[in-house]
Ligand binder design. Sequence first.
Ligand code: WTA
Length: 633
Amino acid sequence: MIQIKDFEEYKAMYAKSVSSPGQFWDEVASSFYWQKKYDNVLNWEFDSPTVKWFEGAKVNITENCIDRHLEKRADQTALLFEPNEPSDTAQSITYSALSKQVNKLANGLKKLGAKKGDRICLYMPMSPELAYAVLACARIGAIHSVVFAGFSSKSLADRINDASCKLLLTADGFYRGKKYIDLKTISDEALKQTPSIENVLVLKHSGKPISFDAHRDVWYHSLVETQSDQCPAEPMDAEDELFILYTSGSTGKPKGVVHTTAGYMVYAEYSFRNVFQYREGDIYWCTADIGWITGHSYIIYGPLLAGATTLMFEGTPTYPDAGRFWEVVDKYKVNIFYTAPTAIRALQAKGLEFVQKHNLSSLRVLGSVGEPINEEAWQWYHTHIGKGNCALVDTWWQTETGGIMISPLAGITKEKPTFATYPLPGIQPVLVDAQGEEIIGNDVEGNLCVKFPWPSMLRTTWGDHKRCKEVYFSAYKDKYFTGDGCKRDQNGMYRITGRVDDVINVSGHRIGTAEVENAINAHDKVVESAVVGYPHDIKGQGIYAYVIANAQVENPESFAAEIRAHITTEIGALAKPDKIQVVAGLPKTRSGKIMRRILRKVAEGVTDNLGDTSTLLDPTVVESIIDSRALVS
Ligand code: WTA
């Protein structure tokens, strides 16, 4: 696999990737194990959109993640598992053990009737079995749909139904910090409305008692125990679906982003090795959850494809105290550490005493992902965690891009705090203006698009190709639109400034304002609501909800508590508004559109210079919203 060694090489590779993309990607792809080699590197047009990479190939990603490593690395640790509770047993799983576990589960899934193309929903704790499950699905060609184990039963049911999943894998429950998440009870509630589910495979994880439906539910361990540890890898076409991952957008309904087999595989290893400058024997730790794209690409697929040792952590940064990350870094002598700005800011706020107790000298590369990293957090991370001598890579990418798109290459690219710097070879970002024209030159700002396909780009949104076209390929002709605003400095370095659509990025999690509004509006005491993001010291952005109630609200605090509890059951705790303001009306244009620009300003605390309000149906609404700010709970 191509691994760039210095900046000169980066520049040469970049130039080649633009002038001869077919040849460039052919070289990158040559290090994989193909059951049958591809006939074409790329076929594409963005109009429909149709993008096909490595057509004609037969390949299985798990042979590349596991089997091809067995000769050399059977006894090397593939997966390290650090539990939530420091005193619980940690696990170390070799490539050979991983192979057995994945094959046994793959055979178990087949026994339950799963086959190529079936959708399987994984709603599981951050346990090694979740990694086995992801890989077991890929082994047999079933499409995995991982749902983050913090979503509510309703969100789970919606995702299961959207993809008509046949099986659900879940667990009794797990602790996140001190909080117990009762996965089986939440699943049972969801399963009341998911007719496509035939069986539920239940992992015994916490050991707490659960209800068990003997006709439908199967214990994970009893199924897997009796299976053979050999399972042939399903021959997959390059463009066969590998997984679906739901993500929020501008409309109320999350969309199932679809990634396919060969392109995703090639890009996952390529980006992992080059961005982090992985070295043989490194211990690599990404603190994300497998419920998000970062966990898919950079806990499981990328590192395993590279034959690395990847650490999975079940807990939180602040349990049992704010030194947990650093304790784990020292315990495993982690070399590459990848986390989110929100975690950095939260730990920074707890004070240096939690850092200073630890050595951290094993660290060589630090990474950041999920949201713009502010200068202060960047400097703190660099100085106090990296001790000033680690590379720091600020990696910009998205669920839809499948892998890291714009980022320094660790130790190679000159860093600039808050800048994701330069695109990886193969990635062609462009900035466009309001008229859709490409902005040429440097020291400019615009909306970020990509004008040429890359192997791990989304291919469609599950069950609704039209929506994929509308959301990503229609705003600007012949370009993929990211939804992000971006600056390019005088040296051509990119700095992502944040979303330009109605998506809020809360602690690195994407939440659609329309989704939260729909949920609030479904409450029987609510007439209407409008949700906006506002700057939040730790979370990056917080959720601010303006709510019109259908009767006089006597006690705003208990009303807000009711709304929050309602959101927790409708979506999940991650979408709970930080601030709720009861209002009498919302600023609307004559055509009935809510003027969010004004609501965003008020949420930020701006009460004058609100811009042009003359197109409002009733400009006095704005005054009353400003006056009622005292009622925020
Ligand atoms: C934001 C997470 C600035 C961005 C991998 C993007 C970032 C959205 C960065 C995708 C970064 C991610 N700097 N902003 N380094 N990384 N973002 O799909 O707004 O959960 O569009 O993928 O997060 O979030 P998603």
